[in-house]
Design a protein around this ligand. Structure first.
Ligand code: 6PG
Length: 464
């Protein structure tokens, strides 16, 4: 990814100094792609630093965690106040906050930058989410904007906010990416098992969906993967891949940190847990003999109807998981003092990144119409779309339960929708139970104050 990013800068007319711990890597980059632009290879860190224009702008592309600290420790003593260190890895935003504060003391800018789009994106235009100071962005932003993806002539790069804001937003991007993929996987599973569709037929269905409201990169590549045939066996590729989904950690971080900042993101959590469950082969083997429903799969018009309903359920559930992600960004912005423009997050995710999708334009419009929107679900257009989809959505969750096919993403999204729109939640009963066994007290709907009932006595109520 680092070399593709270097090539992207070079292709845009920048002279790029390149350094790698393993000098042969630098040499082979220059040998293979040196004709694409102007590269300056540097074997020694001191030569690398000396070759940079001031303020120096160093992009660090190493594995997140200790390797990043090692590079910082090696290079920072060679830098001067005003220089800018950019970390383009998937760093934990708290590490970024720590590094930014440490370098700020030395007068050096540290810009934790989310970069999405994989290797291809790095070369042809990623979505870029830089954090750090406004001063650093002023010196850096124009370059990043130039090499980023563009949609309707606008760069998919903007200054997200101070210190760790960029890496935080990238982490939530990945959490949403997990939720998107989980929903897609559930749609596939349901239509294959409950509606008898083959992978090839499903590839066609996803291809068609990609021309409608679900238009997105992940739907597009789902069609590609489902259409692919294994060259060794002639079987559908999806049937020869082990069904245990891996994860590098950003989805898990999203859920852990959502708990810390008090943002409910059940859709992302279900996606992370579904991956985790898929990898528990011993649990799955032990439970394989459990009984399930006997009903036959749907056929004919019923199967066709399910296809249309799943499209609606997928779209509605997608709106819900994006709403959760945006709420989490807002919660963190409030907690960490970041001034994040929620609409511009949607704007820079319209291109370059893994979750790029047509409907991000609608999220952008929703925040343009009301920057203080408490939830995307309350936006007029999304509320209408959810209302239109809800019958199909409920039918899909019902069919899944009847057929014994797990749809934690669809089900949890629907539960979130129903919970937010409920007049009363059963949390009142939970408060009563807490007060009963632990005198944890409760608030009343009709009076100010904190109350406790003497459950083991005469059940009178006292104000605390
Ligand atoms: C991106 C991706 C990228 C990476 C994920 C994969 O935006 O370019 O999100 O960051 O592919 O980290 O994560 P998992 O291995 O956890 O699925």
């Amino acid at each position: 990814m680092g070399s593709n990013l270097a090539r992207n800068f070079a292709r845009h007319g920048y002279t790029v100094a390149v350094h790698n711990r393993t000098p042969t890597r630098t040499r082979s980059l220059i040998e293979e792609f040196g004709n694409e632009g102007s590269f300056v290879p540097a074997e020694k860190p001191a030569d690398f630093v000396a070759s940079l224009e001031r303020p120096r702008r160093l992009v660090v592309m190493v594995k997140a965690g200790e390797p990043t600290d090692a590079v910082i420790d090696e290079f920072v003593p060679l830098l001067d106040p005003g220089d800018i260190v950019i970390d383009g890895g998937n760093a934990h935003f708290q590490d970024t906050r720590r590094r930014e504060a440490a370098l700020r003391e030395r007068g050096i800018h540290f810009v934790g930058t989310g970069i999405s789009g994989g290797e291809e994106g790095a070369l042809h235009g990623p979505s870029i989410m830089p954090g750090g100071s406004a001063e650093a962005y002023a010196a850096l932003g124009p370059m990043l904007e130039k090499i980023s993806a563009h949609v309707d002539g606008e760069p998919c790069c903007t200054h997200i906010g101070a210190d760790g804001a960029g890496h935080f937003v990238k982490m939530v991007h990945n959490g949403i990416e997990y939720a998107d993929m989980q929903l897609i996987a559930e749609a596939y599973d349901l239509l294959r098992r409950a509606a008898g569709q083959t992978p090839a037929q499903l590839a066609e269905i996803f291809r068609r969906w990609n021309t409608g409201m679900l238009n997105s990169y992940l739907i597009e590549i789902t069609a590609e993967v489902l259409a692919h045939t294994d060259q060794n066996t002639g079987k559908p590729f999806v049937d020869i891949v082990a069904d245990a989904a891996e994860q590098k950690g950003t989805g898990r971080w999203t859920v852990q940190i959502a708990l810390d900042v008090g943002a409910p993101v059940p859709g992302i959590a279900e996606a992370v847990f579904a991956r985790s469950l898929s990898g528990h082969t011993e649990l799955r083997a032990a439970a394989r003999q459990l009984s399930g429903p006997q009903g036959p799969a749907l056929t004919g018009a019923d199967a066709d109807r399910l296809v249309d309903r799943v499209e609606q359920a997928l779209y509605a559930s997608k709106i819900v998981s994006y709403a959760q992600g945006w709420n989490m960004i807002q919660a963190a912005a409030d907690q960490f003092g970041w001034d994040i423009d929620l609409g511009s997050v949607a704007k820079i995710w319209r291109g370059g990144c893994i979750i790029r999708a047509g409907f991000l334009d609608e999220i952008r419009s929703a925040y343009a119409a009301n920057p203080a929107l408490p939830t995307l679900l309350a936006d007029e257009r999304f509320a209408r779309q959810l209302g239109e989809a809800q019958d199909a959505w409920r039918a899909v969750v019902t069919t899944a339960a009847q057929q014994g096919i797990p749809t934690p993403g669809f089900s949890s999204a629907l539960a979130y929708y129903d919970a937010l729109r409920a007049d009363r939640l059963p949390a009142a009963l939970i408060q009563g139970l807490r007060d009963f066994f632990g005198a944890h007290t409760y608030l009343r709907t009709d009076r100010e104050g904190v109350f406790h009932t003497e459950w083991s006595g005469d059940r009178s109520e006292t104000r605390k």
